[in-house]
Write a protein that binds this ligand. Structure first.
Ligand code: SF4
Length: 146
């Protein structure tokens, strides 16, 4: 069993109430090979919600308490992102999940590239908060579907 970002399986849990359906992830769920996680929802954030980006460091810095996750209007949502990451990790542990296909560029799920914290659409090398925590705990994460 693997985990997939819920929005990749067609769940409308994205910040704007949309989804990012991706056949590679959706088929795995339909075949019973994958379970959906949405770290931001697990952290208690609503749908829709204001977009957020990591500011002042990396996802690993956020987990260590040295950087923040802020919404576009400046609301600090760090706690929700960290809580959601730990909830996603717990879910993976309960289900014996060792691999995850996650939504690219997200401040929660992104793997390898994320937005740079300026809300200008620029990408930098880095992970989302949940992706970083899963990776730190031995779960293989990879980005899918742009
Ligand atoms: Fe999709 Fe992850 Fe964002 Fe949830 S937190 S909407 S699963 S990218």
């Amino acid at each position: 069993m693997i985990a997939v970002s819920a929005c990749l399986a067609g769940v409308p849990c994205r910040y704007d109430g949309g989804s990012n359906y991706c056949e590679a992830a959706g088929l795995r769920v339909a075949l019973g090979e994958a379970l959906c996680i949405c770290p931001e929802c697990l952290g208690g954030l609503s749908i829709p919600r204001e977009p957020a980006e990591i500011v002042g460091g990396s996802a690993e810095d956020v987990l260590a308490g040295h950087a923040r996750v802020l919404t576009k209007s400046g609301v600090d949502v760090t706690e929700a992102f960290v809580q959601g990451a730990y909830a996603a990790l717990e879910f993976c542990k309960i289900h014996g999940i060792k691999e995850a296909i996650l939504k690219a560029k997200s401040p929660s799920c992104g793997c390898g590239m994320i937005y740079d914290g300026t809300f200008s659409g620029h990408l930098i090398a880095g992970n989302g908060v949940a992706a970083a925590l899963l990776r730190q705990n031995g779960i293989a994460v990879r980005a899918e579907c742009g």
